[in-house]
Each structure stands twice: as structure tokens, then as C-alpha cells.
Design a protein around this ligand. Structure first.
Ligand SMILES: Cc1ncc(C[n+]2csc(CCOP(=O)(O)OP(=O)(O)O)c2C)c(N)n1
Length: 301
């Protein structure tokens, strides 16, 4: 989807948008620094892993509470419209997040205020262990867009070229008409929700196998091979290169120091309050008293 946008467009992510980030220029080093919460992390180690963000790349930092980015995207896009810039906001979210009240508030506000925002729902069938048929009884998420008076399109989210085309068309419409668009991309979450999730508790191997053949990356690979633009040997070599790049980036990032302890209280107030300063002093005294319990911090301030 990000390939259908322009660099000045704001990207508001849920947490499955690494592809969009990397497309914008967020590299392996940036990703690893965030995952290791080290001094190179743009978020200064204050966020949970995978909560990436980059001001320079117009990618708003991921927020844990589901769907908060939806009304924020409406507001951001409304601001873009007022400024008269050639820019839109894209807002990614899952069908599970669409059960939050924020979804309804955000879409209605965008329709009424005519904000140039692309709501990109990636309907992958599950919200952790909850299948979408236990989440809603209506016709997916697309029918809700129609209900709010928003131009809506449902696409095969596992067809990479369809995703690109739909996003390009949505962007052109949002810019020209200054109105929102809803894209519902139908897909399936092939992997576990997270490393702490075990899908065998709520779905069958047969169901997973059925969707495996619709894997969008596999489909793209097959299509490229059919065009004679790619072959299995290149695929294997590229995959191996990516694997090595990732492992090398892990080795670098894990050795970088954690952010300095003083940065814990900066960036909220112009000058940290006396109360925050007192708390920081207390934490430092505690770390000094039990250095073995704080191997990343003790002796570093
Ligand atoms: C307000 C809120 N409720 C619950 C959670 C816990 N939670 C994190 S991810 C998730 C599932 C979201 O599913 P979906 O939006 O479909 O996205 P997917 O993970 O499938 O991409 C839940 C329930 C949360 N982060 N925030």
C-alpha cells in the first residue's frame, strides 16, 4: 500500500506495517534499535518492541491501545486539507480494531468534515484468537464505510498488485475530492499473533494449509517467475541474504548501550519538574545500591 503513496503522506500504523516503514526508508538498523530499546532507538527505548515511528519519514509512532490512530488520522488529514498541501493520511488497522468506538467516531468525523484520509483495513480473519465471525455479524468492514457515506472498496489483500492499484486510486480520489476512502483488504494471518501466541488452540492445521497457498509473497514470486523476471535460485539467494542481514543487524544492535538514564524524564516538559527529578534521583540511588540487578544501567551514569 505504501508504494501507492507519496513521501509527504502521513502513515498511521497499527503494528503490522513494517513493510510500509521499510518502503519509506526505515532500515534494519532502525528496526533493531527499536526492538532492543537501545540508545539508537528513535523512541529512546520508551516503547514496547515493534512500536516504531519516524518523524523524518512521516510515520506516526505506533500506539498500543487499539484504534486510537483512527480518529487521529482523521484529525491529521483534516489539518492537511486546511493547509492545502498535496498530502493525505493513510490509516492502517485490523478488523478487530474496527470494533472499537474510535473506529466509528473516526470514520464519521472524516465523512462529515471531508478529510483526505485513506482508511486501510487489513481484514486477516483474526484478532489474536477471536475469529471475525465472533467479532461482527455485518458484511465485513466495507459495509460500514458505505453506511458512513464513504467511498469504499473491498479487495483481495493477498494480491499485491491489487493493493497497490487500490491505494493509488484511493489517494488520487482523496486528494482531488478532499474526502475519505475506505479500503478493506481481505487476507489471513498465517503466522501466530505474536511470539506468545499458539494458534493451534483456536484453529486447525487444515485451515492454515488452505490459506498457505494464497500467501501473497508466494503468489508474487510465482507471478514474477511466470513473467521470466525471477527464478528459484534468485529467490533462495535473496532469502539467504536477508536472513544474514537480519542476524548481522541483531548482533550490532544488542551491543549498543541502553539510552542514558537521564533521558527517562526528558521530552515531556520543557524543563523536568522537581518531582520528576526527585524520582529520577531515587531510581539512580536504587540502581547504585543493586548494580547486579541492572546490568545495562549500573555504572553508566
Ligand atoms: C484497546 C485495546 N484492547 C485490546 C488490546 C489487546 N490486543 C492487542 S492486538 C489485539 C488484536 C487486534 O486484532 P486486529 O485489529 O484484527 O489486528 P491484527 O493483529 O489481526 O493485525 C488485541 C485484542 C489492545 N492493544 N488495545
Amino acid at each position: 500500500g505504501a508504494a501507492g503513496l507519496k513521501p509527504q503522506d502521513m502513515i498511521m500504523m497499527q503494528y503490522r506495517e513494517q513493510g510500509a516503514l521499510i518502503y519509506r526508508g526505515f532500515d534494519l538498523k532502525d528496526l533493531m534499535n527499536q526492538l532492543f530499546s537501545n540508545a539508537g532507538d528513535l523512541g529512546k527505548g520508551r516503547q514496547m518492541p515493534i512500536h516504531y515511528g519516524s518523524k523524518a519519514l512521516n510515520c506516526m509512532t505506533v500506539s498500543s491501545p487499539l484504534a486510537t490512530q483512527i480518529p487521529q488520522a482523521t484529525g491529521y488529514a483534516y489539518g492537511q486539507k486546511l493547509q492545502g498541501t498535496d498530502a493525505v493520511t493513510i490509516c492502517y488497522f485490523g478488523e478487530g480494531a474496527a470494533s472499537e468506538g474510535d473506529f466509528h467516531a473516526g470514520l464519521n468525523m472524516a465523512a462529515v468534515q471531508e478529510a483526505p484520509v485513506i482508511f486501510f483495513c487489513r481484514n486477516n480473519g483474526y484478532a489474536i484468537s477471536t475469529p471475525s465471525d465472533e467479532q461482527f455479524k455485518g458484511n465485513g468492514i466495507a459495509s460500514r464505510g458505505v453506511g458512513y457515506g464513504i467511498k469504499t472498496i473491498r479487495i483481495d489483500g493477498n494480491d499485491i498488485l491489487a493493493v497497490l492499484k487500490a491505494t493509488q486510486i484511493a489517494r488520487a480520489y482523496a486528494v482531488k475530492e478532499n474526502k475519505p476512502v475506505l479500503i478493506e483488504a481481505m487476507s489471513y494471518r498465517l503466522g501466530a499473533h505474536s511470539t506468545s501466541d499458539d494458534p493451534s488452540g483456536y484453529r486447525t492445521k487444515e485451515e492454515e494449509a488452505k490459506w498457505q497457498s494464497h500467501d501473497p509473497i508466494l503468489r508474487m514470486k510465482n507471478w514474477l517467475i511466470k513473467q521470466n523476471w525471477w527464478d528459484e535460485a534468485q529467490e533462495t539467494a535473496l532469502f539467504e541474504k536477508y536472513r544474514e542481514d537480519v542476524l548481522a543487524a541483531v548482533k550490532v544492535a544488542e551491543k549498543i548501550d541502553k539510552p542514558h538514564i537521564d533521558t527517562m524524564i526528558t521530552d515531556v516538559y520543557d524543563v523536568p519538574s522537581a518531582q520528576l527529578q526527585a524520582q529520577l534521583d531515587e531510581v539512580k540511588a536504587h540502581v547504585n545500591k543493586y548494580p547486579e540487578a541492572y546490568p545495562f544501567t549500573a555504572g553508566k551514569f
